[in-house]
Design a protein around this ligand. Structure first.
Ligand code: DQA
Length: 152
């Protein structure tokens, strides 16, 4: 008897995190909250399962990793990319260009609201290239971005 066909793989959403986000939970909790990146990954995995999606959560303190992962998302036919580029948001033309270079929809996310903070956070090179931005809702920003990823 032929073995039953494997169920089709769920569409993947890459969730990319930039510098210092590995310290979430202890890093300036009054701004970024008490959830760790692992806590956020758990919340996203639960919701992704309900939405019929899979998430691939990554973090790096190195700009080039974010560029490589954006390229990889397109090569792997990811449904979308959610990116919190941390401080590279405000500095990185390379991440901006990588987002522009791929057809995969990219959603910018921030825990805090950079527009309500220091002036140097008011420019986002990521936001200029992304499909949309969700910011200011703490860990909930990521879950809202996943809802958007499921619908685009
Ligand atoms: C951040 C905001 C950035 O300005 C900052 O450099 C971060 C975190 C946020 O999620 O609120 O590292 O991206």
């Amino acid at each position: 008897m032929p073995s039953p066909a494997a169920p089709p793989a769920a569409p993947i959403v890459y969730v990319l995190n930039g510098p210092n986000l590995n310290l979430l939970g202890t890093r300036e909790p009054e701004i970024y909250g008490h959830d760790t990146l692992d806590d956020i990954a758990g919340q996203l995995e639960d919701r992704a399962r309900e939405l019929g999606l899979e998430i691939d959560m990554r973090q790096s303190n190195h700009e080039g990793h974010l560029v490589d992962w954006l390229h990889e998302a397109q090569a792997q036919d990811a449904k979308a990319v959610i990116i919190n580029a941390g401080a590279f948001t405000h500095t990185s033309i390379a991440v901006h260009d990588a987002i522009k270079s791929i057809r995969t929809p990219v959603i910018e996310v921030h825990l805090s609201n950079p527009h309500a903070r220091e002036k140097f956070r008011h420019t986002s090179f990521v936001g200029r290239a992304a499909r949309g931005t969700i910011a200011g809702f703490g860990a909930l920003s990521y879950r809202l971005a996943l809802e958007a990823a499921a619908r685009i």
